[in-house]
Design a protein around this ligand. Structure first.
Ligand SMILES: Nc1ncnc2c1ncn2[C@@H]1O[C@H](COP(=O)(O)OP(=O)(O)OP(=O)(O)O)[C@@H](O)[C@H]1O
Ligand SMILES: [Mg+2]
Length: 360
């Protein structure tokens, strides 16, 4: 996919922005607080209608204004699509080619953006929720079925927790909700296992390209019960064993909402053994890996890398740029001006200037 143009109105510090982009590498260069991450955020927002740094859409609206607007043209093979997103303080409106989008889950299929932002470097040290988020977003982009299942699971979990919080919990209702949770958990665990297996098929090769050496690595996914052909029985037993404790704590202590994965480099957990640089490269490989899982060249995701270059030594930086040079469209923010790329967009105080370094 290629983001050919972007218009912002009252998005973060941008009052007005009208830009066209290069189909390959785009460097967004500027001093601190110039608006680089804001621009990267707008591009990423197109894919999920969700920011990578705030839960609160109101933060995206320019101070003193009531709404922000993003309009983008995205090309996928011979398809040209225009996405419009109006972000109001209470709600947002999304249009595709001028017509309201039916389901939010359609958006990431129309424009798939994968991003690596500074906070991602800590994904293996961070909370399990961030790692589950990675699985849920990656899988929801791949499969509408997964999106529906995980939404249903979250709804049922809420109901079960509400039932546990009642003064006299209804055990029959709890058993029914538990059975329904097990029904949706089984396919979700399968999806997660398959996704991790497909990532594991690509990760060692990708990490080797980024690191410059080849080391065994893998993601180890731990499902909440064994999926050994007796998933239902195992899950029912786990819920039964946890029930009395759940009634005391008034919340559900086991299940998909507690699952996690770790990253093993040379057989050891990277969060406990790896250097910071190794963690960063592994996290980068993890975040970029979904790019390799998409076979159709027209559907390859757009990659956004915020502030990555400044954290890498010269060798790692060159390897990353070489790799991205072979990929589709990428956006990289940086503070330096000595980048010899195809297209440089200088940003200063939320004003942009386009500059073609090699005169194309
Ligand atoms: N809703 C908003 N309205 C107006 N200005 C905002 C809004 N949200 C953020 N800003 C401002 O945008 C400025 C630029 O932020 P941004 O994170 O894009 O900078 P940056 O170029 O990535 O800088 P750095 O190199 O330090 O990461 C910040 O000074 C911030 O105060
Ligand atoms: Mg920034």
């Amino acid at each position: 996919m290629i983001l050919t143009s972007l218009r912002l109105r009252d998005f973060r510090g941008y009052e007005r922005l009208d830009l066209t982009f290069d189909p390959k590498r785009n460097f967004l260069i500027g001093p601190n607080a110039a608006g680089k991450t804001n621009l990267a955020e707008a591009i990423h927002y197109l894919s999920l209608a969700r920011s990578f740094r705030t839960q609160e859409d109101g933060n995206l609206i320019r101070e003193g204004k009531d709404a922000a607007y993003i309009e983008a043209e995205v090309v996928e093979g011979s398809f040209h699509r225009v996405i419009g997103i109006e972000i109001g303080k209470q709600k947002k409106r999304i249009t595709l080619n001028g017509k309201p989008l039916r389901r939010l889950s359609e958006l990431s299929r129309v424009v798939n953006v994968i991003a690596f932002v500074p906070a991602d470097a800590a994904i293996f040290y961070g909370s399990p929720g961030e790692r589950r988020n990675y699985l849920d977003i990656g899988l929801s982009k791949q499969s509408e079925d997964y999106f529906r299942l995980i939404s249903r699971f979250n709804g049922l979990l809420k109901q079960r927790n509400a039932a546990l919080k009642r003064t006299n919990p209804d055990r029959l209702l709890l058993q029914t909700l538990t059975e329904q949770l097990i029904d949706v958990s089984e396919p979700i665990v399968r999806y997660r296992s398959m996704f991790v297996a497909s990532l594991n098929a690509e990760l060692p090769g990708l990490l080797a390209k980024l690191r410059g050496d080849s080391l065994p690595c893998e993601i180890v996914y731990r499902s909440f019960v064994k999926d050994d052909g007796h998933f239902r029985e195992n899950a029912q037993k786990a819920y039964d064993d946890a029930l009395e404790g759940d009634l005391i704590r008034k919340s559900t202590s086991i299940g998909l909402q507690r699952e996690d994965f770790s990253f093993r480099l040379k057989g050891k957990d990277i969060s406990e053994f790896g250097s910071q640089g190794e963690n960063r490269m592994a996290a980068l490989a993890l975040k970029l890996c979904p790019y390799l899982l998409i076979e159709d060249p027209d559907k390859k995701p757009i990659c956004v890398l915020d502030d990555v270059l400044s954290e890498l030594d010269q060798d790692h930086r060159e390897r990353l740029l070489h790799l991205l040079g072979e990929w589709g469209q990428t956006f990289l923010t940086a503070t330096e001006t000595d980048i010899h790329g195809e297209t440089v967009i200088d940003i200063s105080a939320h004003t942009t200037t386009r500059r073609n370094v090699n005169g194309r």
